[in-house]
Design a protein. Structure first.
Length: 399
């Protein structure tokens, strides 16, 4: 490398450095965005997951009683519940994931038990019972929840379909994505994760993806029947070797169940993890390098090439959502005021929602004192962004 020590070269290099720093897409410095408050719609201490449709906020909760049941609730955008359904088949069932398909149907995925078994006994007629001992009737034996179950509901809460799938080994559901080509289900076991492909209500194929050294957080099924998975990995996947300490992973599985492509997001000695994603390949995740922790926000093309990216110092956890007109939203807990945001200073435990346009420019910022430890987020044109926190608070953006 030849270094020319003259003022013109120094000015040129300084200009390049400035262009890299000032914006996610290499644009001019972002305009100041005044932070806006969020509105609390309601509080649901039982909610374990949430999805947002064009007409409602849908939450689910698992209820433990004589049997394990599932409660599904629909809340309008003013915070009022307008229907509630309970899945109670008389056997144990639990939900661990929720999604909405392009037609507006609500899908729950989880585990259920096969039909319960009863202990058999023979009644002996004429047996003397001088002490008047009451014979206890044996209770039913509760079956293991060894089935993967899917429940499809209409927007009004009518149960349209239930599918029970038997896998070779007991597995938990980490995610579900549904469209007209079928259903993609992300499963996990101690040995690692796999992708179950369902067509016509039956298990078509189960594809094992790596070992316990890989962890995928998001799953999306495309219109061509392929499935995209996003997460992290510290092992070789699809022939792509580990580059950092832990790499962020973008992986595509073809409609026939083969790994079609793998893209690693990495830095030497760093830990990366894509924690959340949208169907349009907008990703948020964490980058840890030494003591430095940042939230990475990147928009990718369908071929997994980045179109714009930015980072913010943070506590490390994040969520992503698509918006209207090509906009996107990211929620995370910043440790310093995000560049371009005015009227707010970070407080420990408080998150912020940032909105970006299709080119990566910051166009909105929202927060609330109740916006702490968010774990589900969704969007509709009617409500804007809706967030469910670990404290059960359901909030939405305003304005």
């Amino acid at each position: 490398m030849i270094v020319r020590k003259n003022s013109l070269n120094k000015s040129f290099l300084a200009a390049i450095a400035l262009a890299v720093v000032i914006g996610p897409a290499g644009q001019a410095a972002p305009k100041a965005i005044a932070i806006k408050p969020m509105v609390q719609l309601t509080k649901d201490l039982t909610a374990e997951g949430m999805a947002v449709t064009n007409k409602a906020i849908i939450t689910y909760a698992n209820i433990v009683g004589k049997n394990s049941d599932i409660q599904l609730r629909a809340i309008d955008f003013s915070g009022v519940q307008f229907w509630s359904k309970t899945i109670d088949s008389g056997r144990d069932e639990v939900a661990t994931s929720i999604s909405v398909d392009p037609q507006g149907s609500i899908w729950l995925a989880g585990n259920s038990a096969s039909a319960t078994l009863s202990e058999t006994f023979t009644a002996i007629a004429g047996v003397l019972n001088p002490d008047s001992v009451t014979v206890e009737v044996p209770t039913e034996i509760r079956g293991d929840m060894n089935q993967i179950s899917l429940w499809q509901f209409s927007p009004l809460g009518d149960l349209l379909l239930q599918i029970d799938l038997k896998t070779t080994q007991l597995a938990l559901v980490d995610g579900i994505s549904v469209n007209t080509t079928g259903v993609s289900i992300l499963l996990s076991r101690d040995s690692g994760q796999s992708l179950a492909l369902v067509k016509g209500g039956k298990l078509d194929k189960e594809v094992k993806i790596g070992t316990s050294k890989s962890k995928f957080n998001s799953v999306f099924r495309a219109a061509d029947g392929s499935t995209s998975l996003f997460g992290s990995s510290s092992e070789t996947l699809g022939g792509k070797k580990l580059a950092g300490k832990v790499d962020g992973i973008l992986l595509k599985v073809s409609k026939v169940g083969s790994i079609a492509s793998v893209v690693r997001s990495s830095a030497a000695g760093a830990t990366r993890d894509w924690q959340s994603a949208t169907a349009t390949n907008f990703l948020t995740g964490v980058v840890k390098s030494g003591k430095k922790i940042e939230t990475a926000i990147t928009k990718f093309t369908p071929a997994f090439s980045p179109t714009w990216t930015t980072r913010y110092p943070s506590a490390g956890t994040s969520l992503a959502s698509s918006g209207s007109k090509g906009s996107t939203f990211a929620i995370f807990e910043p440790t310093s005021t995000p560049t371009g945001v005015t009227g707010w200073k970070p407080k420990k435990g408080q998150s912020v929602v940032l909105q970006f346009d299709s080119k990566g420019a910051l166009i909105g910022a929202f927060t609330d004192l109740l916006l702490s430890a968010p774990f589900a987020m969704g969007f509709s044109a009617e409500s804007g962004i809706v967030v469910l926190t670990s404290s059960g608070d359901i909030l939405r953006t305003s304005g």
